[in-house]
Ligand binder design. Structure first.
Ligand code: FA5
Length: 339
């Protein structure tokens, strides 16, 4: 290349640079200063010129270099002007989750019972047949076991405590609590996951129960009924009443089912409740055989127990129209964010 042709290229590049005034810093750098950029290539070519032409081309090439640096600096300051931040604007709220409605219900149940002297305990979710059935007055092959649609763990049974099962109810905590304390008084509230082979709008394979157990001298059904009434008012609001109806459980005698009055009609009967009442679970006076299994003398001590579903108890709260408890475990945030 001749020196004249080289200087003409410098002049053309100066013109092109003027037309590229609106490009960003990275775009300018890539176009002119990249490995194959226009300025990089031109700067290398100066070595190929005749020594006299090289001297004449040096000055305009330097001018082009300065013009390029000025164009990059101008583009940089325009960009930082666009990045201007108004520090007085309110901040963006980060998305935060919240406690699952069933965990909220368990915290409320714990607060209600611990405030009248119950102790919150936790026992294994996978437990021996002995604690789940046999110590609760349900010997092997007893037909009452059929009601607890049980998941069995596939491992060799223990010679004394039998097969391992996924706990079908929190009543497994009864004899365990008697063993832990040794002597009454006992005031236990056991809240835990339970498992049954059931799945429909009111049943899930995994659900939660809360179990109350009180054992002491002179405990009667009146203490049980007083505790149910107290819970009804605390959990569902003032004026809510409890009702017990005769029933059968192997581990309580007598046994009852527990209902709470409907908050919509106050127990008179409406479209929501039909009878005026909602059933939540079972209760009764602890069977003497269960006290014996826990090493407690039934001639000296008596007790009451109750066990209800947390999901069932929670979904009956005023204002919650949850007609399918499976939604609680669907992982659907649009549903869960409402609570
Ligand atoms: C029992 O489980 C007894 N252990 C309750 C008890 C304790 C009685 C202490 C006496 C003394 P039942 O099988 O009825 O009883 O269950 C109690 C409650 O658990 C039911 O009313 C229901 O609210 C809830 N429940 C039972 N199975 C399921 C399930 N698959 N899904 C959701 N909730 C359930």
């Amino acid at each position: 290349m001749t020196g004249t042709a080289y200087i003409q290229q410098i002049q053309q590049m100066l013109l092109a640079l003027g037309a590229d005034a609106g490009l960003s810093v990275p775009a300018l750098q890539q176009k002119y200063l990249g490995a194959n950029g226009a300025f990089t290539v031109l700067a290398k070519q100066i070595a190929e010129l005749d020594p006299n032409d090289r001297k004449a081309a040096g000055r305009p090439l330097n001018e082009l270099k300065n013009a390029l640096a000025a164009a990059i600096a101008a583009a940089g300051s325009a960009e930082s002007a666009n990045d201007w931040v108004d520090l007085s604007l309110p901040g963006k709220k980060p998305a935060v989750g919240h406690i699952h409605p069933i965990s909220q219900a368990m915290a409320e149940i714990t607060r209600i019972f611990t405030s009248i002297g119950f102790t919150r305990v936790r026992y294994p979710e996978v437990d021996w047949d002995w604690y789940v059935f046999e110590s609760l007055n349900m010997p092997p092959d007893h037909p009452a076991r059929d009601e607890w649609e049980t998941f069995f763990v596939d491992r060799a049974p223990d010679s004394k405590k039998g097969q391992m099962v996924l706990t079908t109810h929190t009543s497994n905590g009864q004899v365990r609590e008697m063993e832990r304390l040794g002597e009454p008084p006992i005031r236990m509230i056991n809240i835990a996951r339970c498992y049954r082979r059931q799945q429909d709008v009111t049943h899930t394979q995994m659900f939660h129960q809360f179990e109350g157990l009180v054992v002491d001298t002179g405990i009667t059904i009146q203490h049980l009924k007083g505790t149910l009434d107290y819970f009804a008012e605390q959990f569902y609001g003032p004026g809510t009443k409890s009702r017990i109806r005769p029933f059968h459980f192997q581990f309580t005698e007598p046994s009852f089912e527990v209902d709470f009055s409907c908050h919509l009609c106050n127990g008179t009967g409406c479209k929501f409740c039909k009878s005026g009442w909602h059933e939540v679970g079972g209760c009764g006076m602890v069977h003497p055989n269960v006290l014996r299994a826990g090493g407690i003398d039934p001639d000296v001590y008596t007790g009451f127990a109750f066990g209800w579903g947390v999901e069932r108890t929670y979904t009956l709260k005023e204002g919650l129209a949850i007609d399918d408890i499976r939604l609680l475990y669907s992982g659907d945030l649009q549903f869960l964010e409402q609570f």
